[in-house]
Design a protein around this ligand. Structure first.
Ligand SMILES: Nc1nc2c(ncn2[C@@H]2O[C@H](COP(=O)(O)OP(=O)(O)O)[C@@H](O)[C@H]2O)c(=O)[nH]1
Ligand SMILES: Nc1ncnc2c1ncn2[C@@H]1O[C@H](COP(=O)(O)OP(=O)(O)O)[C@@H](O)[C@H]1O
Length: 393
């Protein structure tokens, strides 16, 4: 059994004077944890309404401070913050809050996602990820050639199960079609802006498709999961390959047309592309079909011949073909963690003591966080948490 108590911030403050790494406005509350020769100082100010939790890294070997690039949604500053390292690749942060995704957070410091970002950025990178209870349903990736019916199938799913599924709104540099709305169908953007956001690590994946840039932002996926819904992504084969290699742990489905002739008919009858664009999409469709069927990227292949039949098969794959299983992902139970708490680690369990030390006779209340089944660092989310409370002892 190993035990690893959370750092006492003042000790490190005295030893290395970490005020150097923070501006004076971050005087309020900080916590630290050390992994190897790096000490991560994580802190926020006293004004909870305006500031977010900031991160600095102190290199013990050289005595240097680094301000890393911070990806993901920064949590708001608050008074009670504790940090504890898990497997040397992420730091568990516990803070005052009412629900697990509000008070249990992870700062990824050496996960696959962060290592990839460090390579791209050439500097220190850390990423915030919210703790998610249990095995939230995996995101669903739908791919297939232009005109095969991806959008139609996704619309049917969202219409029948509006509280269960949420669409990941991609960014694209292509022009909007007649009925398309910015922020609903796509975030329509410019190449230079999107290039910068990609460089800043804001995207889970991106690809150049039919001459335009398309990408899924971390935020697009987070917005859906924050609403307690299962995320659906409509992305091309290159994007699906990136997702397959990532920690997103999605189910990947490729939709095939009954024939190339029928694909052309659908594309033409949709009437949204110029002749030149149609020809380009049909040429690309040949390659996409080959990669979709043979690459091993996809978990399932569906043929969209008769639309209703294909939709029924899709629901079956997602486990929602019977009314009994068509339930919404349940909301998180509240845990109401106070600012005044202490955190320690025993094996795969984090023990959060919410007792009030000043009141000697007050019953101690423990919250136990089981981290033995953590699933990946899906950008923005770390699944597989089990949280339970022991009221008093
Ligand atoms: N990699 C990637 N591909 C995307 C994304 N959003 C859309 N796509 C793909 O881009 C391609 C073109 O999409 P679109 O212009 O809407 O045309 P459509 O395929 O005819 O509906 C399709 O294969 C989409 O699946 C994204 O965020 N990432
Ligand atoms: N099974 C089907 N049979 C006939 N037409 C279909 C079928 N599925 C979709 N369509 C039609 O084909 C066109 C292209 O579908 P869409 O969903 O826009 O494709 P994608 O999103 O894959 O580009 C639309 O006009 C749609 O109504």
């Amino acid at each position: 059994m190993g035990e690893d108590t959370a750092f006492i911030v003042n000790d490190l403050q005295n030893q290395i004077g970490f005020e150097n790494g923070f501006s004076s406005k971050f005087k309020g509350c900080k916590t630290t944890t050390t992994i190897g020769d790096k000490t991560y100082v994580i802190g926020g100010g006293n004004d909870e309404s305006t500031l977010s939790v900031e991160v600095r890294i102190f290199y013990q070997a050289t005595g240097n401070w680094v301000t890393p690039i911070v990806l993901g949604s920064k949590p708001n500053a608050c008074k009670g913050l504790s940090a504890i390292s898990l497997n040397d690749d992420r730091i568990l942060i516990v803070k005052k809050g009412r629900t697990p995704d509000d008070c249990i957070l992870f700062l990824e410091v050496d996960t696959w996602f962060v290592r990839e970002q460090k390579k791209t950025q050439g500097t220190e990178v850390v990423a915030w990820s919210k703790g998610v209870m249990g095995d939230a349903e995996k995101p669903v990736v739908i791919s297939g050639p232009s005109g095969v019916g991806k959008g139609t199938l996704i619309s049917m799913l969202m219409k029948e199960f509006p509280s269960m599924f949420g669409f990941s709104v991609s960014h694209t540099t292509r022009a909007p079609r007649g009925m398309e709305k910015d922020g609903v169908h796509y975030h329509f953007t410019e190449q230079s802006i999107m290039d910068k956001e990609i460089k800043d690590g804001k995207f889970v994946e991106y690809a150049s498709v039919h001459g335009n840039l398309y990408g899924t932002s971390i935020e697009a996926v987070e917005v859906v999961t924050d609403a307690g819904k299962r995320c659906i992504l409509d992305i091309d084969v290159q994007g699906a390959r990136s997702v397959r290699a990532s920690s997103l742990e999605a189910i990947l489905i490729f939709i095939c047309p009954p024939s190339m002739k029928e694909l052309e008919t659908r594309l033409r009858s949709r009437g949204t592309e110029t002749e030149e664009q149609i020809l380009k999409r049909l040429r690309n469709a040949e390659v996409e079909m080959e990669q979709g069927k043979l690459s091993g990227i996809f978990d399932h292949i569906l043929y969209n011949d008769n639309l209703d039949d294909c939709y029924e098969s899709l629901k079956k794959l997602l486990g929602i073909d019977g009314a009994a299983t068509a339930t919404q992902i349940s909301a998180h139970p509240g845990i109401d963690l106070p600012a005044d708490h202490s955190v320690s680690k025993m094996d795969n369990k984090i023990i959060i003591n919410c007792g009030t030390p000043e009141l000697e006779k007050a019953p101690e209340s423990l919250i136990v966080l089981d981290v033995s089944s953590l699933k990946g660092g899906a950008p923005g989310r770390t699944r597989g948490l089990d949280v339970y409370a022991i009221d008093s002892f």
